[in-house]
Design a protein around this ligand. Structure first.
Ligand SMILES: Cc1cc2nc3c(=O)[nH]c(=O)nc-3n(C[C@H](O)[C@H](O)[C@H](O)COP(=O)(O)OP(=O)(O)OC[C@H]3O[C@@H](n4cnc5c(N)ncnc54)[C@H](O)[C@@H]3O)c2cc1C
Length: 381
């Protein structure tokens, strides 16, 4: 698989599997296992897994392209894909063990969906500071935690769980563990009935004295924070921006289609022909969407060739993308009027889904605070 075949395969699955079902899955808050299976069969679930581990070994450019293509059809599936890819990147860099090797084999075969269980009810969006603490035993640790949102909850084969290291001294001295779906004490703690991303099962989960063997400890004790910052954050922020881009592109396309087909019969014109105000809205949406695409290209370049400003770009891109998705889909709602409001165009799903980007951690507010601190030379944590 190369970049072109990966993106075209994602587009094909998006058109054939995701797009026709997205509206109904959103309505029923139904998780699309068939989408995950198709992505697995196409080799896209191991897109960023290194070739040595039998993955496609592709980088940020392809990851962003695939994620945006999926999001254009269904942002819920794209978010499932994004969380899985962040987990895959972390597992691929984990301390080696037979259990980790087995999980990597399953991921390479496309039959293993993973995800991140970082956010906790206690520390909320401050995912870098879990309040749960692992308890050490002879074979590994026991985990007890209340995870507030876990994308793919109940559907993933494994969960990357963060918890304070047993002997950790500070609030960020966390460790990341791989917890298999069947582990005793792990359970989904409620339904997922979100405003947006309704089809991705981002339900809360509970770990009640869950035994995790040493072989499934992915990072050294207390090195979870470093893995979150160095491995997860760049990929997550890039992927979130790609989801936002897919939503913006879908909103532009749906708005253009509506302005070309809905008519003022008494004037003998389409909405787009009749109203310069609607053309101006569409133009503003197009400008913001292409601006976001350029930002993503810039971040990809930074991730491929890291330099001094790279971390700043990682922070800026997700913040800008979250705002752009809300802005573009809000303008689409306005341009398409009552037709959008009464759910005739599919735009209101995009509008609801777009609001997730700003509240998913690191939230836009937190990113702004980090960015300003970085500019001012104040420590971030
Ligand atoms: C659809 C969806 C899927 C998710 N999937 C996952 C997942 O798979 N794994 C996972 O670990 N988590 C997941 N999350 C959780 C997510 O990452 C956040 O932790 C969660 O949305 C935070 O919500 P909260 O109410 O706890 O926020 P709070 O922390 O209570 O924040 C409330 C408000 O305060 C603002 N705020 C907080 N701190 C600061 C600050 N320092 N400066 C300025 N403003 C601040 C926030 O921006 C927000 O507007 C998901 C969330 C959603 C909505």
């Amino acid at each position: 698989m190369n970049h072109e075949t990966a993106v075209s395969s994602a587009k094909e699955i998006a058109n054939r599997v995701l797009a026709p079902a997205a509206g109904q899955n959103d309505k029923e808050a139904r998780f699309s296992t068939e989408a995950v299976e198709e992505l697995g069969r196409a080799g896209l679930m191991s897109l960023i897994l290194p070739a040595e581990a039998n993955g496609a070994g592709l980088g940020p450019l392809s990851f962003a392209g695939v994620t945006a293509a999926l999001a254009e059809a269904d942002a819920s599936v794209a978010m499932v894909y994004l969380m899985h890819s962040c987990a895959v990147a972390t597992i691929a860099k984990a301390r080696p063990s037979a259990a980790v090797a087995e999980t990597l084999k399953e991921i390479a075969s496309g039959r293993h969906l993973s995800t991140l269980a970082f956010s906790e009810a206690g520390s909320r969006s401050h995912f870098w500071a879990p309040v749960s603490r692992a308890r050490r035993n002879a074979a590994g640790v026991h985990l007890t935690a209340r995870k507030s949102f876990v994308t793919s909850a109940g559907y993933a084969q494994s969960y990357l769980v963060s918890s304070l290291a047993p002997e950790g001294k500070g609030p960020t001295d966390s460790t990341i563990y791989l917890v298999p779906a069947g582990a005793a004490g792990l359970s989904v703690a409620g339904p997922w009935d979100g405003l947006g991303l309704r089809a991705n099962s981002s339900a809360p989960m509970t770990l009640a004295d869950c035994a995790v063997p040493r072989t499934l400890q992915l990072t050294e004790d207390g090195a979870g924070f470093q893995a979150m910052l160095e491995t997860v954050l760049p990929l997550f922020n890039l992927g979130s921006a790609a989801v936002a881009l897919g939503l913006c592109r879908a909103a532009v396309a749906a708005t253009a289609a509506h302005l070309k087909t809905a008519r003022f019969e008494h004037l003998g014109q389409t909405l787009g022909e009749a109203l310069p105000t609607l053309r101006a809205l569409l133009a503003a949406m197009q400008i913001e969407t292409d601006g976001l695409a350029a930002r993503i290209d810039d971040l990809v370049d930074h991730l491929e060739r890291p330099r001094e400003a790279t971390m700043l770009r990682v922070l800026e891109t997700k913040a800008a993308a979250g705002e752009a998705a809300i802005s573009v889909t809000s303008q689409a709602m306005r341009a398409c009027g009552g037709a959008a409001f009464s759910k005739h165009t599919g735009i209101e799903r995009l509008f609801r889904d777009a609001h997730s980007g700003a509240v998913m951690a690191p939230t836009v507010d937190v990113l702004r605070d980090f960015i300003a601190k970085a500019v001012l030379g104040i420590p971030l944590f």
